[in-house]
Design a protein around this ligand. Structure first.
Ligand code: MCN
Length: 825
């Protein structure tokens, strides 16, 4: 029995309702306060001097001209603060022997990527600080830079950190045979080589930049009893803990506030050098200090995401039943191991088996240090990469067997009767129905009609070919449970905290430890509480993002806020009802056992006697007539730590038209049928899915962080980094099937990353499907018209065979990635 069943007659008026977001009025009318809008008396401003070299020894820094510049208060180099600046934390050492370079906020002797801070100007205005930064004269000795991920692991490679003696940071391995969750993958492959199918494929996950709308900004005020930091961050609570842990200042003397935050996508799941520098200098100078990055700084020095080489070996029987999967990854960490950077591919380790019953599985990831911007979580973090790999190779398997890619998926997926299902990676999927989501997606897409059109175009040799891409994805989200995170050596837990405060007037304040930055928690959580307590939606206020208001929390990432934070809210609200029931029974002169609660009213069963929760709140506030020993407060807290992840899934279908003469791509249709359990706010969810889809499609078609041979980010502005706008996309068709999650009261699953995880392979599968009959089996992302054209023109017309599979991992020349004929650039 769920907690919802305990209040069966509670009207579910709000859950499932298309409420416009409460937050939007203040956001879109400019009546909010972004961090950069904060102005404090006597505030100083910072500008960063950043290394133009990917790898260089800092011989000397002449700050004299900058120090003389108008209104410059101070110029600081790494050497000036070497003793006190500490090192930036890595919260997820994925192996005990992980090689983790010390990460000083300001480089001291050596710059390790182009964009690293080497000196800081403090001035009375931001403009003056920036002008003075131009006057700092740094004498660098340029060093050889480790820039290519695959070259970096070879014998005798250039070292990103020569003192460490290696670029290999950690090797993380999961083996189903050893773990007892499945068989031995090598035996499965050996068996498949004998009459079955073995496919070897390499996929490149290009480097991406989480281009949030609001650049990162931080203000630190050290002038009060506490040091207060405002930061455009996703993680105010974690940041407060880290500031205290690194600097030794008592946590109680540090207050972190995340005001309205303009997007993050994982890019603000970080404790940044800039935050630590601002904190340090504000305390040193005893004055409020602000730093707001420029867009260029954001692109070059905010962390990047993805950047992997994946090698997959899939074993199957001749009819396409998968018997084993081996995954070998190289993951580029950049020049430091970021807060959770090393753990990102580990999250993917649990998702390569996806929705399929794979009897044997081996996963090995080598994380690698290079002289590039450090990488960390970017929307989906590990799971989009895994989903891409498996969904691409399932298409390859279908081509090899000669059946429709949906048929091969159906042959291998977990059927709805088989839930709960423990996978070969050791996770237990609690609920799902892949058949239902696929059937609905096919219907919306007009699958059979489009396949018929595709056949016709192929037959008539139409210059514009049609491709159909499929992605039947699942993901693990709702980051928690603490014990599981602990078993993976993650440095924190995954619980979430909430308080529900009944005000005297019957209005309600909800405090959540989840810290939204665009997700609409104020609206969705108000809907949950309005239903739970039977109060009007408008009467609920949701507070968050200030460690002094919300003293406990683990913030927002990993699509965790609803399934973990929302459940904490439900549990706190239920405690309010239990407390109020005691007072109501007293006021009604009835027994607690005779009371029922529905629609915000306690009534005595079988009578017309009753009182509203608002009346009980007022009576509790007055406290004139409470039962003996009952405290005059209905306020309640809950800290929730789930026992399992949440497993959203869905079927995404994409139709792409490809002009075979020019390589031009045109998305014709995109259908997403996601199962995210109970939907709290369909409008918010649609926004999340749309935004997620665009981000995933952008990886498939447009975005890439490109470095030149010297290690300079050449896609360092929005002119070169192709971030799409609404005008670049089509109108999506979305719908939902619902199999409630069993891990939370409301039956919800997360949605914040689903669109991004699912869409990339759907699009690339569609692109490849359009030209597969021309002999192409892969095109490296982003699938630009040039790459598509080259793949078509360099390819012979035959279908890839087992023998002609992709080059062996580690030996492949990046220039020939794309298909076995080496034309997919
Ligand atoms: N929701 C719902 N019903 C569901 C599931 C979710 O109504 N069954 C609502 C939730 O109440 C919440 C929103 O959808 O308002 C997203 O919920 P959830 O899936 O819990 O995700 P989080 O709130 O934890 O958000 C994190 C997720 C991640 S990891 C990234 S990255 C991301 C994303 O959200 N970054 C975003 N969405 C973003 N949206 C915006 N605008 N900006 C970002 O930076």
């Amino acid at each position: 029995m769920t907690a919802l069943d305990e209040h069966p007659s509670t009207p579910a008026a709000e859950i499932g309702r298309d409420r416009r977001r409460k937050e939007d009025q203040r956001l879109i009318t400019g009546r909010t306060r972004w961090t950069d809008n904060i102005v404090l008396p006597g505030m100083l401003h910072l500008a960063m001097v950043r290394s133009p070299f990917a790898h260089a020894r800092i011989l000397s820094i002449d700050t004299s001209a900058a120090a003389e510049a108008p209104n410059v208060v101070s110029v600081i180099t790494g050497r000036d603060v070497a003793e006190e600046q500490g090192g930036l934390p890595n919260a997820w050492p994925i192996t005990p022997d992980q090689v983790t370079p010390v990460h000083p906020p300001i480089a001291v002797d050596r710059a390790t990527f182009a964009g690293e801070v080497v000196a800081v100007i403090v001035a009375r205005s931001a403009a003056e600080a920036r002008d003075a930064a131009e006057l700092v004269d740094v004498d660098y000795e340029e060093l050889p830079a480790a820039l290519d991920l695959r070259a970096a692991v070879e014998e005798g490679a250039v070292l990103a950190h020569p003192d460490l003696g290696t670029n290999k940071s950690a090797l993380w391995v999961f083996d189903s045979g050893t773990a007892g969750t499945g068989g031995d993958v090598e035996s499965a492959i050996a068996e498949a080589r004998n009459g079955g199918i073995v496919l070897e494929r390499e996929y490149r996950q290009q480097r991406l930049i989480p281009a949030f709308m609001e650049p990162r900004s931080v203000v630190v005020d050290p002038t009060g009893e506490q040091v207060t930091m405002w930061s455009a961050t996703q993680i105010p609570h974690i940041l407060r803990f880290l500031l205290a842990a690194v600097t030794g200042i008592s946590e109680s003397k540090v207050r972190v506030i995340a005001p309205d935050v303009g997007g993050g996508f994982g890019g603000k799941l970080q404790s940044t050098p800039e935050e630590f520098i601002t904190f340090l200098l504000a305390r040193r100078l005893g004055k409020p200090v602000k730093y707001t990055e420029t867009r260029s700084e954001s692109l070059v020095a905010g962390h990047h995401g993805r950047d992997q080489w994946q090698k997959l070996t899939l074993a199957a029987t001749a009819d396409g039943t998968v018997t084993g999967l081996k995954v070998e990854l190289l993951a580029d960490l950049g020049s430091y191991v970021a807060l959770v950077g090393g753990g990102v591919p580990v999250l993917g380790a649990f998702m390569f088996n996806a929705i399929y019953k794979i009897p044997a599985y081996h996963f090995a990831c080598q994380t690698v240090l290079t002289n590039k911007t450090w990488t960390d979580a970017y929307r989906g973090a590990g799971r989009p990469e895994a989903t891409f790999g498996i969904e691409r190779i399932m298409d390859e398997l279908a081509a090899e067997v000669g059946v429709d890619p949906l048929e091969i998926r159906e042959k291998n997926w977990i059927t709805h009767e088989e839930f709960p299902f423990t996978t070969v990676a050791g996770l237990t999927y609690d609920s799902g129905n892949y058949e239902a989501a696929t059937a609905r997606a096919k219907e919306m897409f007009g699958y059979d009609e489009l396949r018929a059109e595709q056949a016709k175009r192929r037959e008539s040799n139409d210059p514009v070919q049609l491709g159909i891409g499929i992605s039947t994805f699942t993901e693990m989200c709702g980051l928690a449970p603490s014990r599981v995170l602990g078993s993976l050596d993650y440095g924190a837990g995954g619980w979430e905290h909430a308080s529900v405060r009944m005000l005297a007037t019957g209005k309600v304040e909800v405090v959540t430890g989840a810290s939204p930055h665009g997700q609409g928690h104020e609206t969705a959580f108000s809907q949950i509480v309005a239903d739970r307590l039977g109060v009007p939606f408008e009467d609920v206020e949701v507070l968050h993002g200030d460690t002094q208001i919300s003293h406990r929390g683990l913030d927002t990432y990993g699509s965790r806020s609803l399934v973990v934070g929302g459940e904490a809210v439900v549990r706190a609200a239920d405690k309010v009802i239990e407390k109020a029931k005691v007072v109501a029974a007293h006021l009604l002169e009835a027994s607690v056992d005779d009371l029922e609660f529905s629609g915000g009213r306690f009534s005595v069963r079988g009578t017309d006697q009753g009182t509203s929760i608002a009346e009980v709140a007022l009576a509790t506030f007055a406290a004139h007539n409470l039962p003996d020993g009952v405290e005059p407060s209905l306020d309640s807290d809950a800290t929730y730590d789930p026992v399992n992840f949440s497993f959203p899934h869905g079927t995404h279908l994409c139709a792409m038209e490809i002009d075979t003469e020019t390589g031009e791509l045109n998305m014709r249709k995109y259908v997403a049928c996601d199962d995210i359990g109970t939907v709290i706010n369909p409008l918010i969810v649609a926004g999340q899915v749309h935004g997620g889809l665009v981000q995933g499609i952008a990886q498939a078609l447009w975005e890439e962080a490109v470095y030149d041979d010297a290690g300079t980010l050449v896609s360092g502005s929005f002119v070169d980094y192709l971030l799409p706008t609404a005008a670049d996309t089509i109108s999506f068709d979305i719908d939902h099937t619902i199999t409630p999650a069993t891990s939370n009261t409301l039956g919800t699953k997360g949605v914040g990353e689903a669109g991004t995880i699912a869409s990339t392979p759907a699009v690339v599968n569609a692109v490849v499907d359009a030209v597969r009959h021309l002999g192409v089996h892969d095109i490296q992302m982003p699938c630009t018209p040039e790459r598509v054209w080259k793949a078509i023109n360099g390819a012979s017309a035959h279908t890839p065979t087992v023998e002609a599979a992709a080059p062996h991992f580690g030996d492949a020349d990046p220039a020939t990635q794309g298909n076995q004929e080496g034309a997919g650039q």
